[in-house]
Design a protein around this ligand. Sequence first.
Ligand code: ZN
Ligand code: ZN
Length: 254
Amino acid sequence: MQIRVLGCSGGIGAGRSTTSFLLDRDVLIDAGTGVGALDTSALLVLDHVFLTHSHLDHVAALPFLLDTFGAGRRAPLQVHAQEATVAALKAHVFNDKIWPDFTRIPSPETPLLALRTLNPGEEVTLAGRSIRAIPVNHAVPAVGYLIRGPGGSLAFSGDTTVTDEFWRVLNDCADLKHLIVETSYTDAEAELARIARHMCPRMLVGELQKLRRRAQIHITHLMPGREDTIMREIAGHIPHDTPRRLMPGEIFEL
Ligand SMILES: [Zn+2]
Ligand SMILES: [Zn+2]
């Protein structure tokens, strides 16, 4: 199993794009602007998208992806998300105002988009890869994912602030190899992080104390322009085994 980082910034600009990971050739975890790194032939073989939540930086490429598919596809793109996220996509994106309702195009019987409910705590297995949704604590209903391949597991927090269930699930994961965890804001922006339900370096330290497994830790979703400050603050709080910054184009083999 291979996981490739397509986008891992909290925003856009100068080489930055928003959250998306490619699992092997056929599965996306989130569909932020990072999806634009894939060429057309890579877009056409995507079969599944697992969304962490409904925020635009995690779903922005989904409408364009469906346009790329055109009428040449036989099977719909399966988008997996919890009920609240599916409802938000139906009401606010695929509503025939912001974008066409692709669950009825080209016909309701053979649509290009199928929205599937995946409740927090549930798991989907696709050809030996298992993807489990874990509830986290964000401004809208959100999950992280625990992705298990033959060579170990990778956990992704999605967008979250201080939370407990995510760390409990990770502590039960015996083959955890990698943890991708968000830190969006600087310590000076702690109040903003609290209100927006994200994390700052000081919050990250408290959260990592809940993790009783050794895993390589990668920081994601840094807001544009604050990256160096955030990573410097993390290094100040965690001088040994300092988490590293996740970069676009990186590949994890599991
Ligand atoms: Zn968010
Ligand atoms: Zn986000």
